[in-house]
Design a protein around this ligand. Structure first.
Ligand SMILES: *Cc1c(COP(=O)(O)O)cnc(C)c1O
Length: 217
């Protein structure tokens, strides 16, 4: 079996080969993985980690692994409830899932109270799925305008999770087009099954869990 370090190197090589102009960075999605795997990842030199739950991430990264805290970059890739905004802002360097005004309002309030905001990406519901979070593509322009004008929030890029039963390429293409149309530089797209496709289509972050760490417990 390959070591975690070898898997990370393979993913890196695939990304480097695929990515043309923009550098693409690997977010190691550590949600629901045992701490021993995190230690292996840190030993392998990985420093960018993704978590989808604020509480779980705080328990893992808030106290343990503090010796790595300086070099670490933590990304929230799961939905954020407005009442957890302060906790999330204190822990995460980047939030990928801004998708509604109530959350923007909570973020602005945190900033106005003297808090330092993480970097922000807006989640787009590229598949226009009923049950999925994210701003609908047709509403993105108005949403981004409101983030700036109503809340004074700077948005750096877009994130998407394509529908499970569709080829992801068209969704990645749409996300890239939307980002270009709005002058946004960061593109968070691609997971274990499709990060190479995403990297080819201009991803600046791919979010890889199981292909790196193995199946989640
Ligand atoms: C869990 C998760 C991932 C990683 O999924 P894998 O298929 O294990 O790579 C990526 N992005 C989001 C938003 C996730 O919730």
């Amino acid at each position: 079996m390959k070591s975690l370090k070898q898997r990370a190197e393979n993913i890196d090589a695939v990304m480097k080969k695929a990515a043309s102009k923009t550098p693409c960075r690997l977010i190691a999605v550590s949600k629901q993985q045992p701490d021993e795997k995190i230690v292996q990842a840190l030993d392998a030199g990985l420093r960018i980690f993704g978590e989808n739950r604020v509480q779980e991430a705080a328990a893992r990264w808030g106290e343990r692994f503090v010796q790595h805290r300086d070099g670490l970059e933590l990304h929230l890739i799961g939905p954020l409830q407005s009442n957890k905004t302060a906790d999330a802002c204190a822990l995460f360097d980047v939030i990928h899932t801004l998708d509604r005004s109530s959350l923007a309002k909570a973020l602005a309030k945190y900033r106005d109270g003297g808090g330092k905001l993480p970097r922000l990406l807006v989640q787009v519901n590229t598949g226009e799925e009923e049950q999925k979070s994210g701003v609908m593509p047709a509403k993105l322009s108005a949403f981004l305008r409101s983030m700036d004008q109503d809340y004074g929030l700077t948005i750096e890029g877009l994130m998407c999770i394509p529908p499970v039963d569709e080829a992801p390429g068209a969704h990645f293409w749409l996300l890239r087009t939307l980002a270009a149309d709005h002058g946004l530089s960061e593109l968070s797209m691609g997971m274990s099954a499709d990060y190479d496709t995403a990297a080819k289509l201009g991803a600046t972050y791919v979010r890889v869990g199981s292909a790196l760490f193995g199946a989640r417990s």
